[in-house]
Design a protein around this ligand. Structure first.
Ligand SMILES: *Cc1c(COP(=O)(O)O)cnc(C)c1O
Length: 356
């Protein structure tokens, strides 16, 4: 059991007013969690303190070689007042998978979940209540050795910050336009694509800007070797419904294993909908579009849950997905997952964990 020292703020901030729509990731709560690591000593000094800037040496390794990882999950306010987390054990597991890949020491997964619960409990008043809102939880770890040589750091800071967020798409689940990137790549097999680390994001910025400038909201990534097989969309996993079957790229080493992805696969299986995790080429998608069997396309991730795709652009081909409206399965998945997260639907898979 993690022993967490708690120092409460003397100057609580005002809670965001109900009228303002909450913009994603702009407001932070009153407290943060910090724990340090040192080789020989392990993880130690777990504490919850007032949210504040941190002081680091300019030589801290994270600034130079990017040894850092992050996670993202949410706390939801149920109608009966309970605060619920969605599958936090998956984030704890994935943290250690990322840590192993980028040589950050592992964290006990129970301690990790206890730290999240303890911080959310301290700032529970910040869990927003309006439909579509939640408290976004951002755990992250940075390498802090003051050293310009290249090697894994001997010291780290694990922190958790919290941010109340509104609906990801305030205007509702409107399908988005996707640019299929065939020039730049996000990740390659053997690289760090399956680790949740900032390096993958910086690699993605250039084509995101390009896509935005062309009027597209996200980039769909193809594999780094053949520029042919579908990987992910923006910072989400991607699904297609083709002729009644749900398909998604199999985890191949360069794809991030999403918790929402896993939840969608399990729900489809429970519902008796055929699901296949396999290698999917862009030619297959284009062919399905041409012969009218491309029924639905959607991205999955914690922030938006389900993000319907209304149009794909690949080289000179523009592929509108059906009517441009959200598909029936996409809507059902969204309603089911958010219903479970909010404690409105039976949680048969035991996915939610109460913060008490
Ligand atoms: C976090 C992330 C996802 C989605 O994962 P969830 O656990 O469903 O939020 C997908 N792709 C990338 C690149 C990510 O970083």
């Amino acid at each position: 059991m993690l022993n967490i020292r708690i120092e409460k703020t003397q100057a609580p901030k005002e809670l965001p007013t109900k009228e303002n729509p909450l913009k994603f990731g702009t407001i932070f709560t009153d407290h943060m969690f910090i724990m340090n690591y040192e080789t020989g000593k392990g993880w130690h000094d777990a504490r919850i303190v007032p949210y504040q800037p941190i002081a680091l040496e300019p030589s801290a390794m994270v600034f130079h070689y990017g040894q850092e990882m992050f996670e993202g999950l949410k706390a939801y306010r149920a109608d009966d007042g309970r605060t619920l987390l969605f599958r936090p054990n998956k984030n704890a597991e994935r943290t250690n998978r990322t840590n192993r890949r980028i040589c950050i020491p592992e964290i006990d997964e129970n301690d990790y979940i206890d730290a999240i619960k303890a911080l959310v409990k301290v700032d529970e008043a910040w869990v927003p209540t309006k439909p579509g809102t939640s408290l976004y939880i951002r755990p992250f770890i940075i390498a802090t050795d003051p050293f310009l040589g290249v090697r894994p750091s001997d010291t780290y800071m694990f922190m958790i910050i919290l941010s109340p967020v509104g609906a990801y798409y305030p205007e509702g689940l409107n399908p988005v336009k996707i640019w299929i990137e065939d020039d730049y790549v996000r990740a390659v097999k053997g690289g760090i694509g399956e680790a949740k680390t900032g390096g993958n994001y910086v690699a993605s910025l250039k084509s995101q800007v390009k896509a935005h400038d062309a009027g597209y909201s996200q980039v769909l990534w193809l594999d780094g070797v053949h520029r042919k097989y579908i990987e992910e969309v923006g910072a989400m996993n991607i699904f297609f419904k083709i002729n009644g079957t749900v398909v998604t790229p199999m985890l191949n080493g360069s794809i991030l294993p999403g918790v929402t992805r896993d939840s969608v696969i399990q729900l489809c299986k429970n519902w008796g909908i055929p699901v296949e995790e396999k290698r999917i080429s862009i030619d297959e998608i284009f062919e399905a579009y041409q012969n009218g069997t491309l029924e639905e396309v959607f991205g999955t991730g914690t922030a938006a849950v389900i993000s319907p795709v209304g149009e794909l652009r690949w080289e000179d081909h523009i592929m509108p997905v059906k009517t441009g409206e959200i598909g029936e399965l996409s809507q059902k998945l969204y309603d089911t997952i958010t219903g479970i997260q909010l404690g409105k639907l039976e949680d048969n898979n035991k996915w939610t964990v109460e913060v008490k």
